[in-house]
Design a protein around this ligand. Structure first.
Ligand code: FUB
Length: 467
C-alpha cells in the first residue's frame, strides 16, 4: 500500500455539482457497485446517515489511485443506499490539481465543513483542504481559498492526508490527520477553517499508520485508525487493520484498546463509525465489488457492538450488510385522539410497552368507552419520518371494550388523509401486534382509524409506527 508520488498533476475536472438524480438504492455489501467508492466517513443528520466517500476511477490493472471526486451516499435504514453522485471534486479547490483522497464532513452551526485530502498545485504533496455547504448534500465551495494544512505547516505529518474533525460538547473543534505512521492533531478555531495553537503529535496511538476517525460515547473519546503491524493486526504489512484507542481528553493521551476491524480484502483499510437509529455501525471499504481491487475499492457497512465496559467487539465483515434498522417513530411522536375515557391514558399507546396479552392491565391502557362507531388515534411529528409498517395491539377488558370490527391506517399527504399505499390488511386479532406493511411514505402524521363492534367501545395497548 505504498503510495506513488504522482508524476503529473491532472487538469481540474469541470464537474457539474448541481443536484443529480439519485441512482437506484442497493442493499447488502458493498453498498454501491455502480461506481467504486473508498475512504468512507459517516455523518448522521436527522433520520439519514450520509457517507462521504472518494471515487476510485483506476482502470483495471492500474496500480495507482485515480481519484478526482468525492461523492455522497445516504440511507434512512443503513441497509438501502442511494448514491447522490459527486458533490465535491478537485475542481472545488482552485489551488489543487489531483488526488481526491480521504475526507470527512463535520457539521457546525447549520453548516457542513468537508475536510479533504488533496494534492496542491504548489510545492509539496498532499494537503488538507476544507469546503463548506449549507446542507449535507451541498453545494460545497472552497471555504478557505488555500490549504488548511500543507507540507509547509510546522510539525505537519509525513503525509498530510485523512482528516477527522471532532467538535466537542463545549464547542472546541479538533483536527486529527496524518499518514506514514505520523499522526498529528491541532485545535480548530470556531470558524472551522483556521487552526489554533501548535500542531501536536498525539500520544498512545500504538502502531498508527493512517486513516484516523474520532468519535465520543458516554463521555469517552474514541479514535479508530489504520495500523499495518503483523502483531495481531495483518498477515502482511502491505495490508492494514483498524485499531482503536480511547482517551478521557480529546487531546489524549490515548490508550490502545485493540483491533476493531481486521484485515480487509483491499490493502488499504479506512473506516468510520456512526450511531444511527439506536445502533452502532462501522463503515469501511474493501475490494469485494465485481472487478474490485486495491485501487478499485467499495464501501461496506456492518454493525459494531460495544461491551458493557466501553470496549468494542471486533466488527464481523459480512456480505449481507446489517439489514434495515427498524425504528419505532411512535416513541417520538405527539399523540391525539377523537376520544379517550377520563380514567384511561392516551399516553399508553406509544410508551413502548410490550403487552402480555390483550387484557394486560399491568400498564396504562387507552380506551374510549362509552364512545362507539369510528374513532381514531393519531401521531404527529415535527419533521417527516419514513414509515413502512404500523402495528396495533388491541385492548379488550371483557366488559365494555372489545376488539374493533375493522381498522385502517392512514397518513397525511401534506394536504389530506389517505390510506397507506399498498397496505396489507389491518388486523383486529387479540393478543398480538397486528402489523400493517405498506409502501414507504414520508409523512408528518399517521392515524389509526378503527370502528367498534356493535355495542362496544374500543381500546388500544400500543400503536407502533415503524420505519
Ligand atoms: O484513498 C487514498 C488513500 O488510501 C486514503 O487517503 C488512505 O486512507 C487510504 O485509504
Amino acid at each position: 500500500m505504498r503510495y506513488r508520488t504522482p508524476l503529473v498533476l491532472l487538469l481540474p475536472l469541470l464537474l457539474v455539482l448541481a443536484p443529480i438524480a439519485a441512482l437506484p438504492a442497493h442493499a447488502a455489501n458493498p453498498i454501491i457497485t455502480s461506481v467504486y467508492t473508498a475512504d468512507p466517513a459517516p455523518l448522521v443528520v436527522g433520520n439519514t446517515m450520509y457517507i462521504y466517500a472518494g471515487r476510485d476511477e483506476a482502470p483495471a490493472g492500474t496500480q495507482n489511485f485515480v481519484m478526482r471526486e468525492w461523492r455522497v451516499l445516504s440511507s434512512t435504514d443503513a441497509a438501502n443506499w442511494t448514491d447522490s453522485g459527486p458533490r465535491a471534486s478537485i475542481a472545488t479547490f482552485g489551488w489543487a490539481g489531483a488526488d481526491a483522497w480521504a475526507s470527512e464532513v463535520e457539521p457546525r452551526n447549520g453548516r457542513y465543513y468537508w475536510y479533504t485530502s488533496v494534492n496542491g498545485n504548489g510545492a509539496g504533496w498532499m494537503n488538507i483542504g476544507v469546503a463548506v455547504g449549507d446542507s449535507p448534500l451541498g453545494p460545497f465551495t472552497d471555504a478557505k481559498g488555500g490549504p488548511l494544512i500543507s507540507d509547509s505547516t510546522a510539525n505537519s505529518s509525513g503525509l498530510n492526508i485523512d482528516p477527522t474533525v471532532f467538535v466537542d460538547d463545549d464547542g472546541q473543534a479538533y483536527l486529527y490527520w496524518g499518514g506514514y505512521w505520523s499522526p498529528r492533531m491541532v485545535r480548530l478555531a470556531a470558524n472551522m477553517i483556521d487552526t489554533v495553537g501548535a500542531v501536536q503529535t498525539p500520544v498512545g496511538l500504538s502502531n498508527y499508520w493512517e486513516a484516523p476517525f474520532m468519535f465520543k460515547r458516554n463521555g469517552l473519546y474514541y479514535m479508530i485508525y489504520a495500523a499495518n503491524d503483523t502483531n495481531g493486526c495483518v498477515t502482511s504489512s502491505s495490508y492494514a487493520c483498524q485499531r482503536y484507542a480511547t482517551a478521557t481528553n480529546p487531546m489524549g493521551p490515548w490508550t490502545h484498546r485493540g483491533v476493531v476491524l481486521g484485515q480487509v480484502s483491499s490493502t488499504t483499510n479506512h473506516a468510520g463509525v456512526a450511531q444511527f437509529n439506536g445502533q452502532w455501525y462501522m463503515v469501511y471499504h474493501n475490494a469485494n465489488a465485481p472487478g474490485g481491487g486495491n485501487f478499485r475499492r467499495s464501501v461496506a457497512v456492518d454493525r459494531m457492538t460495544f461491551n458493557a465496559d466501553g470496549t468494542i467487539q471486533q466488527v464481523v465483515q459480512t456480505s449481507t450488510g446489517p439489514g434495515p434498522t427498524v425504528t419505532n417513530h411512535a416513541l417520538t411522536a405527539s399523540r391525539s385522539t377523537s376520544y379517550v375515557s377520563a380514567w384511561e391514558s392516551l399516553a399508553a399507546v406509544n410508551d413502548g410497552f410490550t403487552p402480555a396479552n390483550s387484557a394486560d392491565r399491568s400498564h396504562p391502557v387507552y380506551g374510549n368507552w362509552p364512545e362507539q362507531g369510528t374513532q381514531w388515534v393519531q401521531y404527529d411529528w415535527t419533521t417527516p419520518v419514513t414509515l413502512r409498517q404500523a402495528t396495533a395491539y388491541w385492548f379488550d377488558d371483557n366488559q365494555g371494550i372489545d376488539l374493533p370490527a375493522s381498522c385502517q391506517v392512514q397518513y397525511w399527504t401534506g394536504s389530506a388523509w389517505a390510506n397507506v399505499p399498498g397496505g396489507t390488511a389491518c388486523g383486529v386479532a387479540a393478543n398480538t401486534a397486528n402489523t400493517v406493511t405498506f409502501t414507504p411514505v414520508s409523512t408528518t402524521r399517521l392515524r389509526l382509524s378503527f370502528t367498534s363492534r356493535a355495542g362496544f367501545s374500543t381500546g388500544l395497548l400500543e400503536f407502533g409506527a415503524l420505519s
